[in-house]
Design a protein around this ligand. Structure first.
Ligand code: ADP
Ligand code: MG
Length: 712
């Protein structure tokens, strides 16, 4: 048996799934199973069921309703159902010609003509085509990577790679764990006699073993990284005792609102971390609108009180600019004047700002990723704040962490006492040793992807988590409406009357995955159409390709109420705060992910007025799109939405983990598997103490491709 050759295109798709090495295929486990081991009589199937049926095609046509659709009728002697395809190839049409015998598997629902399956999986069969002997695994996948190919690659990996156990026998016996090889084989190819339910609910012994392994790997890596972090050095930024220097207290007093309990608590956690001689690495989680910015501003002031610089980074220019304006309002009265840095600044201005940062004249620099480009050197960076951190790549975050070190080596400040050890560790981890002083900044990361705290902690090897779990008082929840595209005219009328009554509205353009150019074109077309539609309104357009000055101008005009309708791409997804906007239309909402929809909707409902979010969708909806729209319609609680998102997509894609590779737990659930977690904790200590080889092998199996990212 030879390992299968994998094409570069397939490799890229596998990478999207977090599969970088052949051995990662082994741990890419099924999401669920399809039972192709028996056939259901059509007369007995119910809408909502996923079943396999077999019969003859008795009718086949291409209908236009309104889109070109292939519709076939399948009869098995006892009943009939329709198979419907929106995208199809001529070859498929041939395969589904009248008279053919077909086996189809899919979700049954009530359609136009009766029972139907939309885009079922079909194959031609004859009377004695055998049924499958084992349940068919369905793997998490990504666009363009078909199940059969993924299955083939995984089967090949199972046959060609060693599946040796990483754990000592005694441990397996004591914890009554089954072998790794047996578990993994069984989960990929369960026999039909196995209870599908136990597999899907992940309560089977094979799952127990895999979950244990995963939790153990997490515990091991947390210990390794904790040890490593405690050897790193950061400036002590304790709250100052000098009353006239207490900037944080002065800001709190000057605010037009009172901090929520959650804001006070999370700031206290951050404040305590900053006073430690080791770098803080804390994630501040809070739903959209929960008020993270003020907490970040307070953290910044505590660093500034100590004479250190602060960098605040945002993923888009719009957001960075907005932070700049807000923080300037808050901090200028205290004598702190922030600077603003973005890629689109004129060269001369950039130069000037860079000089102010390098000389230490500037204590607070706000900007986009331009802040951690190589030319930018900080004089004395004490704290780096990253807003909407899931939008940043890992490399960018690593670069920022190194900023503190780079600045110091230039200035020649005292040598870090732990440097030799720290560098040895860095080298062991494949990182470059740092400059002659590796004093590094504290890091505060913020995210509005509100996942349960226990889950968040399970995502990162070495990140402490603070959660803002309440929104400021006085907000009215947003009303959400789902509207089919056929009723677009009514939506347009609604926008008109709202804007005429003095409200402001967003119109969010459809997301087009394949092409940025196409997305831009769609945005411009939508804008032109709406402008023609609303001659009486002032309409603006904002998208990612506008130059900065223009973006700022449009956003400022919208904020000032000079524009009533803002047509926007998803660049407004993160952070944008215009409290008077109370209506949002999201075009082609079925194309967007849950987190994105929640973020977008969070742009309204920021003021006292009742807000409305209209999700325009195009029929027919895929199973997944339908599930997403239902969730977003039913819930406005970001934590609940994230929990559903997790169930729909699996944790790999939450939190931008897809791009950063930091998702730590894919299979175990910290709250449900608490017993296993306790075993894993003890086993981790035992392994590190008595079986370091086993610990290393185990970490290698589970963490190989995450290694670079674990200490970001
Ligand atoms: P997010 O957590 O989404 O970043 P922001 O920091 O942008 O939220 O805050 C949302 C809005 O709520 C802002 O206009 C902010 O000034 C306001 N805000 C923050 N904290 C409070 C509070 N405790 N009481 C009232 N309003 C607040
Ligand atoms: Mg924000």
């Amino acid at each position: 048996m030879q390992p299968t050759k994998i094409s570069p295109a397939t490799l890229a798709k596998l990478a999207k799934l977090g599969i970088h090495h052949r051995s990662d295929l082994l741990l890419h486990l099924p999401l669920r199973y399809e039972d192709e081991t028996h056939l259901a009589p059509i007369a007995a199937v119910q809408p909502g069921e996923t079943v396999q049926v077999q019969g003859n095609i008795t009718h086949s046509e291409i209908a236009f309703r309104p889109r070109r659709t292939l519709v076939c009728r399948l009869e098995d002697g006892g009943g009939e159902l329709y198979l419907r395809f929106l995208n199809f190839y001529p070859s498929q049409q041939k395969q589904l010609a009248v008279g053919k015998q077909i086996r189809a598997i899919g979700e049954v629902r009530m359609g136009h003509y009766g029972l139907e399956m939309v885009h079922p999986k079909c194959r031609a069969v004859d009377n004695d085509t055998p049924l499958q002997q084992s349940l068919t695994p369905v793997y998490p996948t990504t666009a363009g990577l078909a199940q059969p190919l993924l299955r083939k690659l995984i089967t090949n990996a199972l046959e060609t790679l060693p599946l040796s156990d990483t754990l000592p026998d005694a441990l397996l016996k004591r914890l009554k764990l089954v072998g790794f090889a047996a578990s993994i084989q069984l989960l990929h190819n369960p026999t039909p006699d196995m209870a599908a339910r136990a597999l899907e609910e992940r309560s089977h012994a094979a799952w127990r073993r895999i979950k244990f392994d995963e939790l153990l790997a997490q515990q091991l890596s947390m210990r390794v990284h904790h040890r490593e972090r405690s050897k790193r050095v950061a400036p002590i930024l304790a709250p100052t005792l000098e009353p006239h220097q207490q900037l944080t207290a002065r800001l709190i007093k000057a605010l037009p609102f009172v901090l929520t309990k959650a804001q006070q608590r999370t700031f206290a956690e951050i404040s305590r971390d900053l006073a430690q001689p080791h770098p803080m690495q804390r994630l501040l989680l809070g739903d959209v609108g929960s008020g993270k910015t003020i907490v970040a501003a307070l953290a910044a002031l505590q660093a500034i009180e100590n004479g250190y610089q602060v960098a605040l980074m945002a993923p888009t220019e719009i957001l960075a600019e907005q932070h700049y304006l807000k923080l300037r309002d808050w901090l200028e009265p205290l004598g702190i004047v922030p600077v603003w840095l973005s890629g689109s600044l004129k060269k001369k201005d950039k130069q000037l700002t860079a000089e102010q940062i390098a000389s230490g004249e500037t204590l607070l620099a706000i900007g986009t990723h331009a802040l951690f480009q190589q030319q930018i050197e900080f004089h004395k960076l004490g704290l780096a704040i990253v807003d909407e951190q899931h939008k940043f790549g890992v490399q960018q975050r690593l670069a920022l962490r190194r900023k503190g070190a780079a600045s110091k080596s230039v200035r020649g400040e005292p040598v870090e006492p732990h440097l030799p050890q720290a560098n040895a560790l860095r080298q062991a981890q494949g990182e470059r040793p740092e400059g002659f002083n590796s004093n590094e900044p504290h890091q505060l990361m913020m995210s509005a992807t509100p996942i349960p705290r226990t889950l968040a902690m399970s995502y990162y090897a070495d990140l402490d988590v603070s959660v803002i779990d309440e929104v400021p008082p006085g907000r009215t929840p947003v009303i959400t409406k789902l509207v089919s595209d056929e009723r677009r005219d009514e939506v347009i009328a609604r926008v008109r009357s709202a804007c005429m009554a003095g409200q402001q509205a967003y119109w969010v353009c459809p997301l087009i995955d394949e092409s940025e150019a196409l997305q831009l074109q769609t945005a411009i077309e939508t804008y032109e159409k709406l402008r023609a539609e609303f001659p009486e309104l002032k309409v603006g357009l904002v998208h990612g390709k506008l130059d900065n000055a223009e973006k700022v101008r449009v956003m400022a005009a919208f904020k000032a109420g000079e524009l009533q309708l803002l047509v926007a791409t998803t660049v407004i997804e993160v952070g944008v705060d215009v409290p008077n906007a109370s209506l949002m239309v999201i075009d082609h909402a079925e194309r967007m992910g849950l987190a994105q929809l929640h973020q977008l909707r969070g742009r309204v409902g920021r003021g006292a007025a009742q807000s409305l979010c209209i999700l325009l969708y195009q029929q027919p909806l895929s199973e997944l799109a339908r599930a997403r729209l239902k969730i977003i319609f039913e819930s406005t609680d970001g934590f609940a939405i994230a929990q559903h998102d997790l169930q729909l997509r699996g944790p790999g894609e939450l939190l931008g983990a897809r791009q950063s590779g930091v998702a730590m737990l894919r299979f175990a659930d910290i709250s449900a598997d608490e017993g296993l977690l306790n075993h894993a904790r003890k086993a981790a200590d035992e392994l590190l103490r008595d079986f370091p080889e086993a610990a290393r092998a185990h970490l290698h199996r589970w963490m190989a491709n995450k290694h670079d990212y674990l200490h970001v």
